[in-house]
Design a protein around this ligand. Structure first.
Ligand SMILES: CC(C)(COP(=O)(O)OP(=O)(O)OC[C@H]1O[C@@H](n2cnc3c(N)ncnc32)[C@H](O)[C@@H]1OP(=O)(O)O)[C@@H](O)C(=O)NCCC(=O)NCCS
Length: 246
């Protein structure tokens, strides 16, 4: 197999000429930002970002305070998942539908060629955070998980964050657009998404709206805030996207 045949299986991923790390590049004016897999060496750069109030207060998932000990298993798992997806791509024809996106970390490439960790944009099977816990919800999640890769009936969600030094420049809007249009739609056959954003997070709502998501409403007081973030309940915006609505 020639290099170009092997690389077409990875399309539209690019590969770093020195490290062979795969990446997607954001369009101009953000073309100095690339999306790569997680690296085990990222831990020290993640910790200050996820301990920044402008980031952690609108995130449901990561623990707070966030420590190096939290970062290491997340990086290891992400790296293993990315490696498995790349191995799957290497073995299959370019029309094969894959079950995930092998790149998820936003990095700003510096003039000397080094790069700085900026945040992440992750695609997951939907967990419907705004729906109250019930047997029906568990069954819905289980059925969604059980669908095989490439099944257009799967509902997906995004989770994302960006270092506050880079908020408000259009970076996450561009990143979601790249992952959705360059990877999720053509390579994973993603056709339906349901995402949530805290009631207090109009910027995240706007990012999704700019990418064709439709705001369906707000579910008040539907999630518990971690005690370390002040506790209490918060509401979630719910947005949906379907291929036909683009
Ligand atoms: C939410 C987040 C990812 C947005 O990333 P970003 O790169 O700053 O977003 P962009 O610059 O691409 O777009 C932000 C949009 O929100 C708008 N916006 C920002 N603050 C706003 C506000 N208070 N009210 C209304 N719109 C607002 C901006 O004007 C922009 O829209 P525009 O391009 O139409 O002007 C980023 O702020 C972040 O990481 N926040 C912390 C973590 C988080 O909330 N993650 C999402 C969890 S669902």
């Amino acid at each position: 197999m020639t290099d170009s045949e092997s690389h077409s299986r990875f399309y539209p991923l690019n590969f770093n000429a020195i490290t062979n790390e795969p990446y997607l590049r954001l369009p101009s004016p953000h073309d100095n930002i690339i999306i790569t897999p997680q690296r085990l060496s990222d831990a020290e750069e993640i910790v200050p970002i996820l301990n920044d109030e402008k980031v952690y207060m609108t995130l449901l998932g990561p623990p707070f305070p966030y420590t190096i000990g939290d970062a290491h298993p997340w990086l290891l798992k992400g790296k293993q998942e990315s490696d498995a997806l790349l191995a799957e791509l290497a073995e299959n024809h370019s029309t094969h539908a894959v079950g995930g996106c092998p790149v998820n970390i936003l990095r700003e490439v510096q003039e000397d060629g080094s790069d700085v960790y900026l945040g992440s944009v992750d695609l997951h099977r939907c967990r419907w955070f705004h729906v109250p816990h019930s047997d029906e919800k568990l069954a819905m999640i289980k059925a969604n998980e059980a669908r095989t890769a490439g099944d257009p009936a799967i509902t997906w969600e995004f989770g994302d964050y960006l270092a506050s030094s880079h908020h408000g420049r259009g970076i996450m809007s561009a990143a979601i657009g790249v992952v959705l249009r360059q990877w999720a739609i053509p390579r994973m056959r993603v056709r339906h998404m349901s995402v949530t954003a805290f009631q207090s997070n109009p910027a995240s709502v706007r990012v999704f709206e700019k990418n064709g998501f439709i705001l369906k409403g707000i579910v008040e007081d539907c999630v518990d805030m971690q005690e370390s973030k002040g506790g209490g309940k918060t509401g979630l915006h719910v947005l949906e996207w379907s291929m036909a609505e683009m």
